[in-house]
Design a protein around this ligand. Structure first.
Ligand code: NDP
Length: 485
């Protein structure tokens, strides 16, 4: 089976598609049916070398262009992405299994937002002037060089753009390795960037498993590594980058809390909990999977949640009416089913779902556990599937301590009508991205990233510029130089 928007080869290097059938082949599986839709070849050492050499050679001329020139190309790419949103969304749905209802408004569109935002910012990047009496210092904001991006499988287009856009705006070149589970979309991003006028070699895509990522991270030609992935992979990649004192951005996993106080608007809190647990079939890093609900509204919350979940349309993700699709892979489905069994065995109460669906593909029901306690496995470990844990609480200080009692610190949310409490709770959360009366918004204008073990650095916003550029200080003396001898 082939699809009209499918890329034509495994890799994209130096401005063109490249194939090397000597690389280990792996199948691309459509999660809605389990059918093979493409075969990709993992990058051989020769392909990795070709990509890094192209990136290294192309970068200085790109950095020497004005920000206005760089930004113009990026904004043109953003426009092409928007024009092709339908085809790109169909491909994203084939790659990930996420419903077209989601992909058509989130994936290529947020990738285009990143290219537009950082394309617009490219011309504004400056150093500063620091007067020191008659003398002065000026700073130059310079590119890092070659940036390696390594992606997770849940948002393949978005991740390829969230890493690529700030890197390119700052004058870097990019070698991106998608997850082998979802290898197709990043190739389209590369194709569009070059169609928009990006000089060859500046955005390359190479495929493969973790070993390809590891080969990229340890190469001397690489100056920066940006990973989106799990905490265990983050530790390995961070350590490998540290050996070469390379810059890093780590966007890792989470087990984020969402606190619903007794005065919350229950309908909005249920909406937030649905967005923070079941969007993309629960495969979102910032999900608020520990939902602390005040005991006085717990049963009302659970009842309304079940009623709303019963209206989810589960089915063919290419059908625009479908609002809940399959999981990305058999492996992720098995992991999720394993956690559901653990939840049951440890005494949590299923109030919705809990079963695999009797159909082709990797479908599972949205699942809610109530009466979850802090020590249960489903309250401690990241599941990365559509499984919500509802925990009880009565006191703000107590729930704050419990919400923060985790090694993760990616996101956190609070639902309340009490404005002072909302800001107090947000200030006390140990998390990089917090929400008041909403959940999982991720506009390009706002910094996104984790604290504690959930990550290092920030993506999106002006903050990302600091992670893709470095400052050089230049000291200028107007008079004579005084020396001690
Ligand atoms: P993994 O950590 O398994 O993999 C992430 C990427 O790293 C993949 O491309 C993988 O390759 C690659 N990789 C694996 N081992 C190495 C290595 N030793 N050196 C270099 N690269 C390596 O994550 P998943 O793909 O399973 O994604 C899910 C995880 O990502 C969850 O924990 C989730 O929370 C997190 N995530 C975080 C986000 C954030 O912004 N904070 C956003 C989205 C997801 P391959 O898989 O091909 O082997």
């Amino acid at each position: 089976m082939t699809y009209p928007t499918q890329p034509t080869a495994s890799h994209f290097i130096n401005g063109q598609y490249v194939e090397d059938t000597a690389g280990t082949p792996f199948d691309v599986i459509y999660p809605a049916t389990g059918a093979k839709i493409a075969t990709i070849h993992s990058a051989t050492p020769a392909i990795i070398d070709q990509a890094l050499a192209a990136a290294k050679a192309a970068q200085p001329a790109w950095a020497a262009m004005t920000g206005t020139e760089r930004g113009r190309i990026m904004r043109r790419a953003s426009e092409i992405m928007r024009e092709r949103n339908h085809d790109l969304s169909v491909l994203e749905t084939f790659d990930t299994g996420k419903p077209y209802q989601e992909t058509s408004v989130v994936d290529a569109t947020s990738g285009a937002d990143a290219l537009e935002y950082f394309g617009g910012m490219a011309a504004t990047l400056t150093g500063e002037h620091i007067q020191l009496g008659e003398d002065w210092v000026y700073t130059r904001r310079e590119a890092l060089g070659v940036c390696v991006g390594i992606g997770a499988w849940n948002y393949p287009t978005q991740i390829a753009c969230w890493k690529g856009a700030p890197a390119l705006a700052c004058g870097n070149s990019v070698v991106f390795k998608p997850s082998e589970t979802t290898p197709l979309c990043a190739l389209k991003v590369a194709e569009i960037l070059h169609e928009a006028g990006l000089p060859a070699g500046l955005y390359n895509v190479v495929q493969g498993l973790g070993d390809v990522g590891a080969a990229l991270v340890t190469d001397d030609r690489v100056d920066k590594v940006s990973l989106t992935g799990s905490v265990p992979t983050g530790k390995k990649v961070y350590a490998a980058a540290a050996a070469g004192i390379k810059h890093v951005t780590m966007e890792l996993g989470g087990k984020s809390p969402m606190i619903v106080f007794e005065d919350a608007d229950i309908e909005n809190a249920v909406s937030g909990a649905i967005l923070g647990n079941f969007y993309s079939s629960g495969q979102v890093c910032s999900n608020g999977t520990r939902v602390f609900v005040h005991t006085s509204i717990k049963e009302a919350f659970l009842k309304r949640l079940s009623e709303r979940l019963a209206t989810a349309v589960i089915g063919d993700p290419q059908d625009p009416a479908t609002s809940f699709g399959p999981m990305v892979s058999q492996r992720q489905l098995d992991i999720t089913l394993g956690y559901i069994e653990k939840g049951k065995a440890e005494g949590a109460r299923i109030t919705y779902g809990g079963n695999r669906l009797e159909k082709d593909g990797f479908y599972i029901e949205p699942t809610v556990f109530a009466d979850v306690t802090d020590d249960m496995t489903i309250a401690r470990e990241e599941i990365f599937g559509p499984v919500m844990a509802v925990l009880d609480f009565e006191d703000e200080a107590d729930v704050m301590a419990r919400a923060n009692d985790t090694e993760f610190g990616l996101a956190a949310g609070v639902f309340t009508k009490d404005i002072s409490r909302a800001h107090r709770v947000a200030a006390n959360f140990e998390a990089g991205t917090c929400y008041i009366n909403t959940y999982n918004d991720a506009p390009v204008e706002a910094p996104f990233g984790g604290s504690k073990q959930s990550g290092v650095g920030r993506e999106n916003s002006k903050a990302a510029i600091n992670h893709y550029s470095q400052l050089k200080s230049v000291y200028v003396r107007m008079g004579d130089v005084e020396a001690p001898f």
